[in-house]
Design a protein around this ligand. Structure first.
Ligand code: C2O
Ligand code: CU
Ligand code: CU
Length: 498
């Protein structure tokens, strides 16, 4: 096996081979100590940025194993263009984004632009494209002239390998700029991911049990860093673009001491931002947040969220749960220090927290739309029989993913209402490509204002109703659980709009 092959497997075996017997020993010692919250470390860094000009952005993204600085140590991980996260792509509505994806991994991959409202066909956001090792593929994404502004992201989507590749570092941010700028003193991109490294700095392989639970890494990283620090002066309005790029970890984020306003979730922006104390991001969700700074130190924390377990798998009684200890304070992700006097901002346009926000066009409210079809989608992770005995089946409407089968056929231009049910004892975050979902009923009640999301959490034993306008594009695409291990295990279906 090549060095790269060993790295991609990323297992203890590879580390032990490279480091001799000491590798395994060191790895066990280091894994147990990495659980403690790191002290506020290096200055928060921003991923590099690539910005469209004249309506186009052409980028080359090379997926490869590389020595990458992660959580303050040299890791052997996977990155786009050598970084974790990959470069931030900044676009405007109406742009054409061309990506040459070069696969220098030793396994197939491809690229998905999560949340973008673009064609799923051909060289567009086509999840069925396979880019083999050593090959390259030219994607072209054409954003409609009315594409919603917001926070999006890219990651691989080759079925069966998505969780491993994202866990190893393949993801990056996409920002679609507002038509009129939102006044803010500073804009930050915070890509939150998790992973686990062994003592040799290799991304660990996970067990089948962890896949079924949905793996959670021991390290929670912001832009690849462990508890980075950053500073601001009081009385400013900052804009933070937060992405939950974790394979399976839910994030209930708090920033006590600072005033947070939610400007948008997933695609688009709300007409008016609302004050929030906690941001709940299921895997795949993004938040567009305004932070009004107040003097003092504040820690961005992820509170413990119980997303259920796998009762039934091992017979009666509660199944195995996540190993993480519930901790009232939550894990420290980053530390913000607000100090100085408001007048000292080096920003060219100091922006008091009161400057008005430009108005934004929201999508048509589907609560009053004519519904062409009602559908039921049931997400199950139930016990079943497989080769070698009892195992979990991860299905939608009782079926595991098959690329050859189209599960749902929708008439182009119609509005549908989908009832998403989850009879299983663990939460499943449901994601639909290309067409955003408007939440119609969640937790038994209707949201009081239009809420659009492309990942909607379906709680254990819960139900959510959404409506979708299948506008602008035809073609085959997918919906799936965004616990990426579950997607890889089969919890995905094919939709065709025609
Ligand atoms: Cu972010 Cu189909 O996924
Ligand atoms: Cu997606
Ligand atoms: Cu799931």
């Amino acid at each position: 096996m090549s060095r790269r092959g060993a790295l991609l497997l990323g297992g203890l075996g590879a580390a032990a081979t490279a480091a001799g017997g000491a590798g395994l020993w060191w790895s066990l010692a280091s894994r147990s100590s990495s659980r403690t919250a790191p002290a506020a470390g290096a200055e928060l860094s921003q991923p590099s940025e690539l910005r469209s000009t004249g309506g186009r952005l052409e980028v080359r993204l090379e997926a490869a194993a590389a020595r990458i600085q992660l959580a303050g140590q040299q890791a052997w991980a996977l990155g786009y263009n050598g970084g974790i996260p990959g470069p931030t792509l900044r676009l405007r509505r109406g742009d054409v984004l061309s990506v040459r994806l070069a696969n220098n991994l030793d396994q197939p991959t491809n690229l998905h632009v999560h949340g973008l409202h673009v064609s799923p066909e051909g060289t567009g956001d086509n999840p069925f494209v396979v880019v083999n090792p050593g090959a390259a593929y030219d994607y072209e994404y054409r954003l409609p002239a009315d594409h919603p502004p917001g926070v999006y992201w890219y990651h691989p989507h080759h079925h069966g390998m998505v969780a491993d590749q994202v866990f190893a570092g393949l993801f990056g941010a996409i920002i679609v700029e507002d038509p009129e700028p939102v006044p803010a003193s500073t804009e930050r991109v915070l890509v939150i991911s998790d992973t686990t490294l062994d003592g040799g700095g290799n991304v660990v392989r996970v067990s089948q049990m962890e896949r079924m639970l949905g793996r959670e890494g021991e390290l929670i990283l912001v832009n690849g860093q462990s508890n980075p620090g950053f500073t601001a002066v009081p009385g400013q309005r900052e804009r933070w673009r937060i992405i939950n790029a974790c394979v399976a970890r839910y994030l209930a984020l708090r920033l006590d001491g600072q005033q947070l306003q939610l400007l948008g979730m997933d695609s688009g922006r709300f007409r008016t931002p609302s004050a929030v104390e906690e941001l709940f991001l299921a895997p795949g969700n993004r938040a567009d947040v305004l932070v009004t700074t107040a003097a003092g130190d504040s820690i961005l924390r992820a509170a413990y969220y119980d997303r259920g377990s796998m009762a039934g798998m091992m017979g009666p009684g509660p199944g195995p749960r996540r190993t993480e200890q519930p901790d009232a304070a939550g894990a420290a992700l980053a530390t913000l220090r607000v100090a100085g006097s408001p007048g000292t901002s080096p920003s060219p346009q100091p922006s008091p927290s009161s400057s008005p926000l430009p108005s934004v066009r929201e999508p048509d409210d589907l609560r009053t739309a004519a519904v062409a079809a009602h559908r039921q989608l049931t997400l199950s992770s139930g016990a079943g029989m497989g080769m070698g005995g009892a195992m979990m089946g991860f299905t939608i409407n009782g079926r595991e993913f098959s690329e050859a089968r189209t599960d749902t056929t929708v008439a182009a231009g119609s509005v549908e209402e989908w009832t998403l049910t989850n009879p299983s004892p663990m939460d499943h975050p449901f994601h639909l490509h290309v067409w955003p979902m408007q939440v119609i009923e969640e937790g038994g009640r209707a949201p009081d204002r239009p809420e659009w999301r492309d990942v909607v959490n379906i709680p254990a034993q819960g139900r959510v109703k959404v409506r979708v306008a299948f506008n602008d594009f035809v073609g085959r695409s997918v919906y799936h659980c965004h616990i990426l291990d579950h997607e890889d295990l089969g919890m995905m279906g094919v939709i065709e709009v025609r």
